[in-house]
Design a protein around this ligand. Structure first.
Ligand code: AHG
Ligand code: MN
Ligand code: MN
Length: 337
């Protein structure tokens, strides 16, 4: 069987954008390169533990960085070297990182990312991920500015994630459907394995941290009750699945059908997840796959963004399940937590 690599696929798809000069394609290529390097390190994470190299310095005398800092550095380096991006925003950096290299002169894009999502799971061999999103700059020239990032998700040009799991996969959209690629480590290439992904209209899984139950809004509590009720016609009770790596929980629900919820809680009224580099990219992907993403009331992609690290509640997944959860949120909107 003929395989199609990510590189070939990107070039092929460039024809869909008649005025494209290939910059976006090169940006996606740079992201692919960084994620292969992160894949290599993630796969050694257990060994590093066994060999005791998690101290302050490694054999070369270099500090052994936590994997999320390592991943951050890889993405920053790849995007800087690529020359198609004029600024970056990362979960790991308080402020934006501007790029002002000769090769980035005229760069049209900015990239926001969560270099390692689910990092609390690294030590226990559970899937982790990287989430990325690409916007066209609104500033006119020079290095990118904060305003380039404070755009609503409706302005996204591309978004995707990499999941470092039992295999490593890269999923992305440029607004024309979602395609998934699996890394074949023997040839070092991402190969098209999941073309034009559509999420089921409804599913069997609900995913949220039920440890926070007492702090959930009443609408979420009632919706969970609904998920747990017996009803043959709607295949309930649904199964609960939550691993605490957002990308992994999202990935399962995208493919199998389900809903992921990280609501506001009494302790964190704005929720936990970040709009710019976690929720918006996942929302763009789920919508492109036929799903929905809201904050319980409003579409995620239309939320105004005023701060780089702004948080939002998130309800994301199969469209009928998100609608049902929103029904409960509306019905119990007045109830106190
Ligand atoms: P990160 O590792 O980038 O900080 O993100 C962790 C996020 C996300 O991956 C996951 O969905 C959520 O935090 C889990 O939070 P809880 O441990 O509160 O359930
Ligand atoms: Mn994260
Ligand atoms: Mn992270």
């Amino acid at each position: 069987m003929q395989v199609q690599t990510l590189g070939q696929f990107i070039i092929e798809k460039q024809k869909d954008f008649p005025y494209s000069k290939g910059e976006l394609s090169r940006l996606l290529r740079d992201i692919g390169i960084a994620s292969k390097i992160v894949h290599r390190e993630v796969n050694k994470a257990g060994l590093v533990e066994i060999l005791g190299e998690t101290g302050e310095t490694n054999v070369q005398g270099e500090a052994v960085k936590k994997l999320d800092i390592f991943a951050n550095n890889q993405f920053i380096a790849a995007l800087k070297a690529g020359g198609e991006c004029c600024a970056m925003a990362s979960e790991e950096n308080e402020d934006i990182i501007t790029i002002d290299t000769p090769s980035s002169k005229g760069a049209k894009y900015v990239v926001a990312f969560d270099p390692l999502d689910g990092s609390s799971n690294i030590d226990v061999n559970v899937s982790v991920g990287t989430i990325f999103s690409i916007y066209r700059r609104v500033s006119l020239s020079g290095p990118g500015t904060l305003e380039d990032f404070l755009q609503p998700g409706t302005e996204l040009v591309a978004a995707g994630y990499v999941i470092y799991g039992s295999s490593t996969m890269l999923m992305y959209t440029t607004g024309k459907g979602v395609n998934g690629f699996t890394l074949d480590p023997s040839i070092g290439e991402f190969c098209l394995s999941h073309p034009d992904i559509k999420t089921p209209k409804s599913g069997m899984f609900y995913s949220l941290n039920e440890g926070n139950h007492l702090r959930f809004p009443e609408g979420v509590k009632k919706y969970i009750k609904y998920c747990q009720e017996e009803d043959e016609a709607t295949n309930r009770p649904y199964s609960s699945r939550y691993i605490g790596s957002g990308v992994a929980d999202f990935h399962r629900n995208l493919l199998k059908g389900g809903i992921f919820i990280y609501p506001s809680t009494a302790k964190s009224p704005k929720g936990k997840l970040r709009l710019l580099y976690e929720c918006n990219p996942l929302a763009f992907i789920i919508e492109q796959a036929g799903g929905k993403a809201t904050d319980g009331k409003n579409r995620i992609l239309e939320l105004p963004l005023t701060e780089l690290h702004q948080r939002t509640p998130l309800f994301i997944g199969s469209p009928d399940m998100v609608d049902k959860a929103m029904e409960y949120m509306a019905k119990y909107a007045e109830a106190k937590v």
